[in-house]
Design a protein. Structure first.
Length: 192
């Protein structure tokens, strides 16, 4: 079964007509860019919230034992804090590959600390993609993250790095912090 959305993103060609644009990162893109960018600054988007409902078969898990990573789900009135990067379309190849496990390019309005706004790009994995795991209790998500490991390393590192990055941004994310707290309890129970 293929989860690869690379071709769909290339066919959509969203934003490829621009010389520069903003990219909104809300997961590992906050703390690990891995691509060249022109500028970087904290930003928020409205109407979305971060959830660990997407499976990771290629980075933080395997097809047989997927990890869980962040995606965005619609949530009217909610604000999601992340990191915006000013990029050129030259990095789309890297981004499309990095986000290939079910994520598609969407347009979003971003707000920066100075109150200015700009339209940009965000990768979102929706419930229609094959890697979608969906909602689950915090305990179940934390337990899955505790045992998942993929080519990019342990799933726990993704979660802990994201929680740390959100604290540095002074972002309040009850979902992420609840999973982090439960993961630490599970690890303490097992002497890790």
């Amino acid at each position: 079964m293929s989860f690869d959305t690379t071709a769909a993103n290339r066919e959509a060609a969203r934003f490829e007509d621009r010389d520069e644009l903003w990219l909104f990162g809300y997961g590992s893109l906050i703390y690990k860019a891995g691509f060249d960018y022109i500028d970087r600054k904290p930003a928020t988007i409205t109407g979305w919230q971060r959830r660990f409902w997407q499976g990771s078969h290629d980075h933080r898990g395997t097809p047989e034992a997927p990890g869980r990573v962040a995606t965005l789900v619609e949530a009217p009135g909610k604000v999601c804090t992340g990191m915006a990067y000013r990029i050129t379309p030259a990095v789309f190849g890297h981004l499309d590959h990095r986000e290939k496990n079910g994520y598609l390019r969407f347009s979003t309005e971003m707000t920066f600390a100075d109150g200015s706004h700009d339209e940009g790009l965000v990768y979102i994995a929706t419930a229609e993609n094959e890697a979608w795991l969906g909602e689950a209790p915090i305990d179940a998500i934390a337990r899955q993250i505790a045992v998942s490991h993929g080519p990019s390393g342990p799933n726990r590192d993704y979660l802990l790095n994201l929680a740390d990055a959100l604290r540095k941004l002074e972002a309040d994310d009850a979902h992420v912090f609840a999973i982090e707290a439960r993961l630490r309890e599970i690890e303490a129970e097992h002497g890790r």
